[in-house]
Design a protein around this ligand. Structure first.
Ligand code: CTP
Ligand code: CA
Length: 239
């Protein structure tokens, strides 16, 4: 075992982390992507390694280095990420879905590069929904009666005129059915690619009407906070 690993609270556990942002191809040279840098997922992987866990990182496009010691599974699209997650879930204790998964993909993948047309007609791109991988992982665990002891989702919300960030977070937690939801308040230029952020960790066990404490810090600090919570949940399993 790596030096110091045995002392970690997650020694002997396997943690699977998805990170980065998926890219959905339009043709051989173009894709639809998003601005996720992969920083938060990489920080979670790093923190899990520091706790002595075996870490599998399922990485869609990332702009930061992969932490040394993590087992890397590289994926491109949401559908590839889905396969990798469901495959990993069978042998993982904790699944952390930090990746920004494209909600939609182009309905058709052009075999050749899309060219401008001589008649001036502009192309129309039809999008189709990608599966909700997090919700699927929760469903599969229920169907199989086995799988990760803890499934952790992420959500970045802005809130709007009708609902607060917390209300959207609670609804998302319920819809996904995961065990913990790391809720990020985002605004204008906040969060994407930035080094500090503020999160609240929601659980279906939270007493109604309570507001979980917000923790602000660098992505490394947030990651340690998330791993603290994960280690705590494993010590005191939910009813
Ligand atoms: N997620 C997923 N599969 C998708 C979309 C999202 O597994 N197709 C996961 C993300 O990795 C994240 C969580 O679900 O852990 C929440 O992602 P988010 O985009 O906030 O949720 P959506 O259900 O896509 O809702 P929204 O319409 O607000 O984007
Ligand atoms: Ca989404």
């Amino acid at each position: 075992a790596p030096v110091g690993a045995a002392a970690g609270r997650l020694a002997g556990k396997t943690v699977t982390v998805t990170a980065g942002g998926t890219r959905e191809p339009l043709d051989p040279v173009r894709f639809l992507g998003n601005r996720s840098s992969g920083k938060q997922g990489a920080a979670v992987a790093e923190a899990a390694l520091a706790e002595g866990a075996r870490v599998r990182l399922i990485a869609a496009h990332m702009e930061v280095p992969v932490p040394a010691g993590a087992e890397l599974v590289q994926v491109e699209t949401a559908l590839e990420l889905r396969d990798a997650v469901h495959q990993a879930a069978a042998e993982t204790d904790i699944l952390v879905m930090a990746a920004a998964v494209a909600d939609f993909r182009p309905g058709e993948l052009a075999e050749n590069k899309i060219k401008k047309r001589d008649d001036g007609a502009d192309p129309v791109i039809t999008l189709v929904r990608n599966p909700d991988i997090l919700a699927e992982a929760v469903q599969r665990r229920a169907e199989l009666g086995s799988g990760p002891a803890l499934i952790v989702g992420f959500a970045a919300e802005t809130g709007d005129g009708t609902s607060s960030v917390l209300e959207y977070g609670r609804r998302k937690l319920e819809r996904k059915g995961c065990d913990l939801l790391v809720l990020n308040q985002v605004g204008r230029s906040l969060v994407f690619g930035q080094d500090t952020t503020e999160v609240r960790i929601l659980s279906p066990q939270d007493a109604p009407g309570t507001e979980p404490v917000a923790v602000a810090g660098t992505k490394a600090e947030i990651a340690r906070h998330i791993l603290d919570r994960i280690a705590g949940e494993l010590d005191a399993p939910l009813p």
